[in-house]
Design a protein around this ligand. Sequence first.
Ligand SMILES: Nc1nc2c(c(=O)[nH]1)N[C@H]1C(S)=C(S)[C@@H](COP(=O)(O)O)O[C@H]1N2
Ligand SMILES: [Mo]
Length: 525
Amino acid sequence: MSTTAAPPQPTLPSRPAVPRGFAALIGVLAVGAALGVGHLVAALVSPASSPYLAVGDTVIRFSPQWLTEFAKVTFGTADKPILLAGMGVAIAILGAGAGIGSRHRSTPGVVVVTVLGVLGFLAVIFAPAFTAVDLVAPAVSLAAGIVVFRQLHTRALGIEAPPSGGGVSRRRVLIGSSASVGAVSLGAGVGGVLLGGGSGRSRQLVTDRLARATLAERAPAIPAGAAFPELGTPTFLTPNAEFYRVDVALRIPTQAASEWTMRVHGMVGDELTLTFDDLLSRPLLERTITLTCVSNEVGGRYISTTNFVGVDLREILLEAGIRPGADQLVSTSLDQWTAGTPLDVIMEPGRGALLAIGMDGEALPPEHGFPVRMVVPGLYGFVSATKWLTDLDVTTFDARQTYWLQRGWGRLAPIKTQSRIDSPQAFATVPAGRVPVAGIAWSQPDGIGKVEVRADGGAWQEAELATEVSGVTWRMWRVGLDLPPGSHTVQVRATDRNGVTQPEVRVAPIPDGATGWQSIIFTAS
Ligand SMILES: Nc1nc2c(c(=O)[nH]1)N[C@H]1C(S)=C(S)[C@@H](COP(=O)(O)O)O[C@H]1N2
Ligand SMILES: [Mo]
């Protein structure tokens, strides 16, 4: 016998594998469960410890300056939601990849989920003001991710070529459990977000107390001629909901007013510790102040005006007693952001620096610094307007570098004289003839002397100024320009009360504020 029949090839029992779509879904659900559950547990235990937000905060803290600037300029106030959404998408993609990499064995997926979980842990541990309870949320988050991944993986392994032919019903079970996991994770995440804004009751109490309080000083009523909203300028006072917001906080620090204390220390004669009731027992002052951000571009929107209510910051520092040599007040927020303010500006008798507790007739809104913030008229917010204030250190510029200084921004940051055209809007079409042009100008603390406007490089025409409220607030202006049909370029420039005109040369906001004349193009027809 020279030939033998080839022995039948043994058919290898095919290794069970999770179908590709399910594999990806399982990965996404596992990371989703980790994020949602982690966020909810954090809201219940210690809001600072949400792994998702802690990672986002870390990204912000370590972003290079050009990137944060790009984000602010490109996305404005939407920069934080966009960062969070971007992180969500990236994590979902990682989850899907981890799932697909685990079609046979769950190990690769478990490894990816664990690595993500460890990142969450590290972000929480190295966040400012870390305490041991902060470990609970990332721990539960990591456990949720692993358990969900392994459970769903085991179920999904069984659905292809099942020995008993029960594929369809197993598939149903898997879809059912996936849907429940998805719903629970989403619910947990949303619950965490809702619970996160936890200062509601305390704010209401403060608003009530402010309503009953007798103010030692009331801001003068705003005269009718102080703004031209009918021509397109903002209203003189900005409603809280429209007040611009700039900060680096992904999660708004929450603290009840009753828990608030602030230490005034450093180069002082007598250290002070103040409670919220201490503030309420001092003379309460109401002041109309225009706040603006150093990042405001020429023509930008980061400027608003409100009636702040608070106590005199200068008086508090006088009580503490500033020792010779001190030149900087470092203010720290609950989330460990810092600002450095020149002490000589705060101590100018007429300057009006406040520890503010109220704004626009109510307690400070959470996003504007509840329960207490600093406001110093005439200085950009990044060197003066610390929200969620918790500590004042009297020191020197040589001894301490604050948040934005460490990132290349300026040290002394007086607000620069600026002007903005609100109407017509750029690229609008308006009727030819006498075209009303209106806008705002500001030059704190001395105020605006004149505003001039010109069309198409022609002669400057002086605008009519609105009734002045004070030197530390914006000033509206209006003028009528005679314009024939066609495209026109209109420019504006302001001159301060001392006769100094804002420079024409354009400089970028960094390090200490933009300069340049705004110029807009529109069509008359
Ligand atoms: N805690 C904290 N306070 C902060 C900031 C911040 O990032 N964190 N940003 C400052 C900046 S740059 C500005 S312009 C003002 C803006 O205040 P607003 O958001 O109430 O308008 O807040 C200041 N206070
Ligand atoms: Mo700012």
